[in-house]
Design a protein around this ligand. Structure first.
Ligand code: SF4
Length: 96
């Protein structure tokens, strides 16, 4: 294994520290109801308009239903119209 000098070590640990510092901000914005400009883009959470097994927006705690169960609604953390049958990485099942 190649040995690291102090400068290389600081560079590598700095990248890790920056990642650790930013991660809570990303997950914090996902955990709370967002304002229009703080919502995640669909691509950033890999939104898809079909379920992942039984996991889908209509049984996610972040989903805000539309006028009827079959029409698109919105999401507290993801921007745009959201299908009740959609799914993304921020999926959080309704407990109970
Ligand atoms: S699965 Fe994703 S897009 Fe669907 S309601 Fe939950 S957080 Fe929003």
């Amino acid at each position: 294994m190649k040995s690291m000098n102090r400068r290389e070590w600081l560079k590598s640990t700095g990248k890790i520290a920056a990642t650790v510092a930013v991660a809570p901000l990303v997950f914090s914005s996902m955990a709370h109801a967002g304002t229009a400009d703080s919502l995640q883009s669909k691509s950033s959470v890999s939104y898809q308009d079909h379920p992942s097994g039984k996991d889908m927006c209509s049984n996610c705690m972040h989903f805000v239903p539309g006028a009827s169960p079959k029409v698109d609604g919105t999401c507290k953390v993801v921007a745009g119209k959201i299908s009740p049958h959609g799914y993304c990485f921020a999926y959080t099942p309704i407990s109970g």
